[in-house]
Structure formats: C-alpha cells, structure tokens
Design a binder for this molecule. Sequence first.
Ligand SMILES: CC(=O)N[C@H]1[C@@H](OP(=O)(O)OP(=O)(O)OC[C@H]2O[C@@H](n3ccc(=O)[nH]c3=O)[C@H](O)[C@@H]2O)O[C@H](CO)[C@@H](O)[C@@H]1O
Ligand SMILES: C=C(OP(=O)(O)O)C(=O)O
Length: 433
Amino acid sequence: MGRIVIEGGYPLEGTVRVSGAKNAVLPILAASLLAEEGVSQIEEVPHLLDVRVMADTVSALGAKLEWNGSTIRVDARRLLSVCPPAELVRKMRASFVVAGPLLARFGEAMVALPGGCNIGPRPVDLHIKGLEALGATAVVENGYVHFRAPRGGLHGARIYLDVPSVGATQNIMMAAVLAKGQTIIENAAKEPENVDLANYLNAMGARVRGAGTDVIRIEGVNRLRGATHAVIPDRIEAGTFLIAAALIGRGVYVENALSHHLMSLIAKLEEAGAVIEDHVEGIKVWPCQGGRMKPLDVKTHYYPSFPTDLQAQMVAALTVAQGTSTVTETVFENRFMHVAELQRMGANIHIEGRTAVIEGVPRLTGARVTATDLRAGAALVIAGLLAEGQTEVYGLHHIDRGYDDLVGKFRQLGARLERIEGDPEIAIAKSVG
Ligand SMILES: CC(=O)N[C@H]1[C@@H](OP(=O)(O)OP(=O)(O)OC[C@H]2O[C@@H](n3ccc(=O)[nH]c3=O)[C@H](O)[C@@H]2O)O[C@H](CO)[C@@H](O)[C@@H]1O
Ligand SMILES: C=C(OP(=O)(O)O)C(=O)O
C-alpha cells in the first residue's frame, strides 16, 4: 500500500537528473537473451519495478544477472527455458517482447498474453502477424501464445504494420536479426527507444538500418554476442519534470534531458508561455507567467508527435490554465482515468469522446486521490504540487513501475512531499485497539 503526502504550493528550483529510459531498457534486457557469446553490460539502468520484473523474467529463462548500481551484466550464453513465468509476463506489457529473441535463438517461445497499464484494450495481433510473416506459427491457447519457427529457421520478409506499434516493431526487429535474409518493416514505430534497441542490437553484431524512420531494414546474421550499451535518458520522466517546472518552477534544470526527443512537448510548453533553454547536457525551464499556462490544444500521436505517456501530466497542468484547453488521446482508447481523480481536486474537465475539454480554474485544492495507471500517478503528483493544501496519492505501485525515486527527485527541487508506507486505515485500527 503506501501513499505520497504532498503539501502543495512550494516552488521548484535547482537541478534534477533524469534516469535511463524504462521503455528502452526493457526491450534491451529482452534483446540480451540473443547473445550466444560474451556478456552484455547495460548501463544507466533506472531503478524501477518494471526493470525488476524484466530482470526476473530474463533470470527465470536461465540468464545470469549481476547488478552493480545502475549497471547490469547479463550472461545469456546458457538459457534453460523458452517459457517465461506467466505471473511475471502478466505484470507488464513489455515482457511480451521476449518472444522475438527466444523464437529467433531457439526456434520456439511460449509467452503468456501480457499485462500492462489499464489504458484500454492492448492486443498483440501485430506482434503475432509480424512473427508469422517471418515463418513462425503462433497458437493461442490457455492464455499463452506458442510460437514455433519452421524447420529451417525464420526467414526475412517484408512486413507492413497497420499501426506503428512500438512493441510489435521491437519483437519483429529482435526476431529478424537472426532470420535468414532481409526483413523490411514498413510503417515501423520511430520512437527513440526503438533506435536505442537497434543500436544495442548492432553493437551485438546485428545489421539493423533505418531505426527511427518509417522503414527499418534488417539483414539477418548467424550469431550475436554480448555488448556494452548505455541506455538513453527517459524522455517521459524528463517531460514530467518539464511540465511541473513550467508551472511552479523558479528555474529548473532537467539534466540529461534530450531536447530532440521532446520537440512536441517543448513546442507546447513554449506556446503555453514557458521559456525553455536547450543546454548541452539538459534543458532549463522557466515558468509560465503567474504559474498558469495559456490554454492549449494537444493531440497525442505516435512519435515524434505529442506522446500519450505525457498526456495525463499535461491534463493536470492545464487544469489551472488561463482558459479552455482540449487534449485528444488518439493512441489508447481509455486513457482518461486520471480525470475523475483530478476532479476531486477541483479540476473542471469533461470528456467528449476521445477529447478532454479542460476549463482552467484558478487553483486546485488538495484531496485524497488514487493513481489508476503509471502516468496518471505522475499527473496526480503534479496536481498535488500545484494544489492548495494537502494531497494524498494512493496506488503507488503504478508510479513505482516507471519512475526512479519520483518523490526524492521532487524533494531535491524543494517540493514538500513524502512517501509513507503502510495502510493508514490499518494503522488507525491498530492504534485504536
Ligand atoms: C513498454 C513500452 O514501451 N510501452 C510503451 C509502448 O507500448 P506498446 O508497445 O504496448 O504500444 P503500441 O505502440 O504497441 O500501441 C499503439 C497502439 O497500437 C495498438 N496495437 C498495438 C499492438 C498490436 O499488436 N495491435 C494493436 O492494435 C494499441 O492498442 C495501441 O492503440 O508504446 C506506447 C505508445 O507510445 C506507450 O504508451 C507505452 O509506454
Ligand atoms: C503505458 C506505459 O507503460 P506500459 O506500456 O508498460 O504499460 C507507460 O510507460 O506509460
């Protein structure tokens, strides 16, 4: 259980350092399973629940992992299983991407249908279609997908993705690196995390070209070896701090944030009145006048458009904008669960189809709220920092999935918040008798 208790209204000032990207390190750990020789060294690994789950998944398959601060060494030379434990896979969406590497290396993978944030239906049909195009068969039964490569192994193919799915692009890329011949993925996801994955695969000896564009070309090789790789900074964590600093900052330097990964957010923050300075090693942000944004129209879409993973945080910020804003979610069907919680804090928002219409109010007031998913949790923390009075945020396991010490980092910037473990109701019951 546990909660974050926030005293709102204190300004943010100083420097905060962004950790490595969750959505890059997860597929990279899966890709480490491809190394038949040598050991991989993954650096800049954030301390997250999801990383722990992926590390446990990779270990359960037989890889040997050694942690040293934010570095993990993975020895995947001898693996024991092609079936990761379902209880781990069901914990998060990203675990499904172990299918590609296992299928490529062993000709078989049996992976449970994945879990992940509660943000609408999240099928894996494109992952399956892509791996089938490489020659695999896929049978869905008892909650698992059982992939098998043909007798002669996977072969290259031309694959057009109906939507540029991040995870499907990763799974296909990781299977194709060991397939015979050339694979072309068209309408591929262009997210920087996929470029990072491709860079790691290439360091392992793969031949992947075009990651970060719509068309990725992969020439299959026979074997891959372990490699050293530093994970890129987390643009969503960086964006979360930039949004908060645009409202209640007094000059905040977000160290390790890469502006070229955050163009859509920076453009919107500037439109809202914040001043953004691009430095070599980070981004400095000065707040909007009076700590309130000018109203905005924001629409989420695939990279490089505005990321769905920053939508909730932006909605929180716009609750106190100087007018009416709209935020349209086009990537996921049900990613407005934070709205009901923000309403408890005095936000004036109504949902019209896939659009949140936000009438800016002069201030939010503290309340007891619950994170329903990872980014909803970050949005509620931002709202708590803005609000008058005390806010308690519950549902911390969501936040722990994807933020490396969110509370500590905001405290470092001068915010007043603390994490309290345990269930207050149980504590009260115990103290009463
Ligand atoms: C661990 C990780 O990296 N998670 C990110 C990844 O999730 P994830 O890889 O799950 O997201 P996708 O890019 O696959 O999903 C995008 C859209 O495609 C649809 N779709 C996807 C796969 C499929 O087989 N069929 C299908 O219809 C989804 O329902 C969704 O509407 O990208 C999302 C979109 O940027 C982010 O919000 C997540 O933080
Ligand atoms: C939706 C997210 O994660 P996942 O895809 O792992 O559920 C996220 O990082 O915001």
